[in-house]
Write a new protein. Structure first.
Ligand code: ZN
Length: 167
């Protein structure tokens, strides 16, 4: 059985992780101009890290591509379209852009999708481990086993209590 998505990529470029950490720190949730600016800055920096073209990023629920396809990457015009800002969604669609630019993981749609899930979730976890753990345990991250992260949180709490009790 393959490793869970969030543990699939263990050696993501440190600069990409750092840039993602900075993105999370700007707390860019939403659809406003600040969120869009943060998303575009992130995309251009990470594109530079991987030596690929900078994709266009659009955050607009009324955009025709969003209405047709939802969160998506359009290879024809190298455009990422999101309905609302999300670090994982941005990273996921960016990975599809990277796949198109490098020709990697394009054999089947399932392979491309699997790779995009694994890269975006591994990246988010590496960049913001506590936030990831909290959201995962709360069942707020697709394709991540919430039960496992709840058990992990339970063990961490039990350990903290044991350490306090031993003092
Ligand atoms: Zn996808």
């Amino acid at each position: 059985m393959p490793a869970p998505y969030e543990r699939r990529y263990r050696h993501i470029d440190r600069r990409a992780i750092h840039t993602t950490r900075l993105l999370v720190r700007t707390r860019p949730w939403g659809r406003d101009a600040a969120a869009l600016a943060s998303a575009r800055t992130w995309a251009s920096r990470v594109a530079e890290v991987y030596g690929i073209e900078v994709p266009t990023v659009i955050i607009d629920r009324r955009h025709p591509d969003f209405r047709l396809f939802g969160d998506s990457y359009r290879p024809m015009n190298r455009t990422i379209v999101l309905g609302t800002f999300s670090v994982v969604s941005l990273a996921h669609e960016f990975r599809h852009h990277w796949q198109q630019q490098t020709g990697a993981h394009l054999t089947t749609r399932a392979d491309a999708e699997d790779d995009a899930r694994a890269w975006s979730l591994s990246l988010f976890r590496a960049a913001a481990p506590r936030r990831f753990a909290r959201m995962a345990a709360a069942g707020r991250i697709h394709f991540v086993d919430a039960g496992e992260w709840r058990r992990r949180a339970g063990r961490a709490i039990a350990l903290a209590h044991a350490l306090e009790g031993g003092r």
